[in-house]
Design a protein around this ligand. Structure first.
Ligand SMILES: *[C@@H]1O[C@H](CO)[C@@H](O)[C@H](O)[C@H]1NC(C)=O
Ligand SMILES: *[C@@H]1O[C@H](CO)[C@@H](O)[C@H](O)[C@H]1NC(C)=O
Ligand SMILES: *[C@@H]1O[C@H](CO)[C@@H](O)[C@H](O)[C@H]1NC(C)=O
Ligand SMILES: *[C@@H]1O[C@H](CO)[C@@H](O)[C@H](O)[C@H]1NC(C)=O
Ligand SMILES: *[C@@H]1O[C@H](CO)[C@@H](O)[C@H](O)[C@H]1NC(C)=O
Ligand SMILES: *[C@@H]1O[C@H](CO)[C@@H](O)[C@H](O)[C@H]1NC(C)=O
Ligand SMILES: *[C@@H]1O[C@H](CO)[C@@H](O)[C@H](O)[C@H]1NC(C)=O
Ligand SMILES: *[C@@H]1O[C@H](CO)[C@@H](O)[C@H](O)[C@H]1NC(C)=O
Length: 536
């Protein structure tokens, strides 16, 4: 079988046309215009801080599930231009267990990022989603810290603490005490619980106590504590992460409670609206250098139909009015928000990048030149075997050589990758309409050898287009999330759960489909071309 260089491409759209506005607008009245999503694509469960000590910079962390490197950290000085400055989870030794999680909904859930004592802290949970809710081994709660978030090596290995639950928050009180607040495993909840930290560096904590049961919505989770005007405010998500998702808040004069619920709850939701932006919830609050309050949350651009949303849960930004002594009020999430004045445009941010959505609609063209590391935003599924990815190999400069893994993208039962990994490298789908194409040189010589491009949602939902030496079989693949594929998997699993948790990765792969082949595949001229960003 002889195959010349192939051009492989994927193009997709979730909706019809919409004009893309500029990436930054200022209105006549001094307000700024925020365009949502702030981070388009697979960036759920955002948590953000403003750190004046670090050159007046905003930092955000998001969930990454089984993606590696994990826990992306973005930074901005003007709240419009956000640069990927690194990933808190960037070395296998920080958290070896990520190699063994089963299921696509496993992995890193909902980090909280905080800055205290010249240190950046991230608390989060590595979830093994195939284990029972009440099983302590399902929830691996962990703490990372860094003295310099621009330096990947500065992020510590994970420190573990015992908790049968998820979504931890870290709060330092004025008296020096430190608290973890988290969501108890929801099938035995609903509870928001809190424990005093005895030794953060060792993960030693006191007893967990229930501090709030929420307002009656499903699964109170994603808690964050803030202190303001003599009150402790407890922000939470309720309603489940689907169409009833909402943000609620309670407050107390005592951090241990009792917490009284805001009569105006929920304070932020798009439930029962016709907005393109649905499932709004899981918020975090931060204050800028002018004293104005902002909130980030997750949202799904599905419209009220909630059927097609390949980018999954994205990060959105809005404004919050929070007068002294009063409850905060949130501006509802929309594609365009008239917002507080933002700092002057500032693109001078350290770190590897790229910028999210800047310049708007610019093509990403990767040529894999010699002596150049792979771009920092490229992402694997669990830990890669790094020798399987060689930019500009001597025999073919300006290509990326992929050495095949025995496993294909579907991998093993239970979606377990195993120690051999899966040869796959990708970037997030970040636009409602785009094209993604690469050139492939690949001459398979053993049955099963295969290489190509994939729109990868989970190991059970990936649309692959490639070259395979397997005369008996046709290339198969359904659009991610299609029911046919789910039925074929035959596990009767919750379709919505799979689809909603993550967004699509666009990437390239090479596999032997279980065979013994070793033929490499050479990819070049990787192009991701944004065509549209549908906001309304
Ligand atoms: C994941 O599934 C595989 C295959 O069934 C199993 O060997 C492995 O122990 C599981 N991992 C975890 C963490 O449960
Ligand atoms: C965490 O739980 C495990 C298993 O129950 C126990 O062996 C360990 O001592 C606990 N660690 C701490 C710090 O409490
Ligand atoms: C929360 O619910 C549990 C179980 O119903 C109950 O024991 C507890 O008192 C409640 N806690 C609060 C703070 O409302
Ligand atoms: C806060 O509540 C806890 C638990 O009820 C109690 O032990 C503590 O004394 C209270 N603190 C204050 C300052 O009232
Ligand atoms: C949406 O409407 C339904 C039906 O009226 C109601 O039960 C639900 O509480 C509403 N959700 C929110 C978050 O307001
Ligand atoms: C300016 O932004 C604030 C915060 O979002 C908002 O409350 C206010 O209505 C905006 N003003 C105008 C004129 O749009
Ligand atoms: C993936 O590889 C396995 C063998 O490891 C094979 O049974 C399966 O058919 C392959 N799936 C596809 C879609 O090629
Ligand atoms: C792979 O190699 C092993 C050992 O030589 C052999 O037993 C097996 O049949 C080979 N598998 C395939 C699919 O050719």
């Amino acid at each position: 079988m002889f195959l010349p260089t192939l051009l492989l491409g994927i193009a997709a759209s979730v909706s019809a046309a919409a004009a893309q506005a500029g990436d930054r607008l200022t209105t006549g009245n001094g307000n700024s215009t925020i365009l949502n999503p702030m981070f388009p694509g697979f960036y759920p469960d955002p948590s953000c801080i403003y750190v004046p000590e670090w050159d007046k910079t905003f930092f955000c962390a998001s969930s990454s599930f089984n993606a590696f490197p994990g826990i992306p950290i973005h930074a901005s000085k003007d709240l419009h231009h956000w640069k990927l400055i690194g990933r808190a989870l960037n070395r296998r030794e920080q958290l070896p267990r990520l190699a063994h999680t089963n299921r696509s909904t496993s992995g890193i859930w909902a980090p909280t990022i905080r800055f205290h004592d010249d240190t950046f802290w991230v608390v989060t949970t590595l979830v093994d989603d195939d284990r029972p809710q009440a099983d302590a081994s399902r929830w691996d709660n962990i703490i990372f810290k860094s003295k310099d978030p621009y330096d990947p090596a500065s992020w510590s290995v994970a420190v573990h603490f015992n908790y049968t639950g998820y979504d931890p928050d870290l709060f330092w009180d004025d008296d020096g005490k430190v608290y973890l607040t988290a969501a108890h495993a929801w099938q035995v909840g609903p509870y928001i619980e809190q424990a005093e930290v005895i030794d953060l560096d060792k993960g030693i904590i006191g007893e967990w106590r229930i501090i709030w049961n929420g307002t009656g919505g499903l699964a109170p989770e994603g808690p964050h504590i803030y202190r303001k005007d003599g009150w402790y405010y407890l922000l939470a998500a309720e309603g489940g992460t689907g169409m009833n998702h909402m943000v609620t808040i309670a407050r107390s004069r005592n951090i241990s409670g009792p917490y009284e619920s805001n009569p105006a709850n929920p304070v932020l939701t798009n439930a029962n609206t016709t907005s393109m932006f649905q499932t709004v919830g899981h918020a975090d609050l931060f204050q800028d250098g002018n004293g104005n309050w902002w909130a980030v949350a997750l949202s799904t651009r599905s419209g009220p139909g909630y059927l097609h949303y390949p980018m999954g849960r994205e990060t959105v930004l809005t404004t919050v009015r929070w007068p002294e002594g009063e409850w905060p009020t949130f501006t509802p999430i929309a594609g365009e928000i008239s917002a507080w004045p933002t700092p002057l445009e500032d693109l001078n941010i350290r770190g590897v990048g790229p910028f999210v959505n800047h310049p708007p609609l610019a093509t990403e063209h990767l040529t894999f030149p010699p002596n150049t590391p792979l771009p920092a935003h490229l992402t694997h599924w669990r830990f890669p075997i790094s020798s399987s990815y060689t930019p500009s190999p001597p025999e073919k400069p300006n290509t990326l050589r992929l050495t095949p893994s025995r496993l294909n993208l579907t991998a093993l039962n239970g979606n377990h990758a195993g120690p051999e990994g899966q040869t796959f490298i990708s970037r997030r789908q970040q636009h409602t309409l785009f094209s993604f194409d690469v050139e492939l040189e690949f001459v398979p010589n053993q049955a099963g050898e295969e290489a190509g491009v994939s729109a990868f949602l989970t190991q059970n939902h990936h649309l692959d287009m490639g070259v395979v030496l397997l005369p008996r079989r046709e290339a198969t693949g359904n659009w991610p999330g299609e029911e046919g594929q789910e039925a074929e998997e035959g596990k009767g699993e919750d379709l919505a759960l799979h689809v909603r948790f993550r967004g699509v990765l666009l990437g390239i792969y090479a596999t032997t489909n279980g065979g013994n082949g070793t033929t490499p595949a050479y990819f070049s001229n990787w192009r991701y071309t944004p065509l549209e960003q549908f906001r309304d």
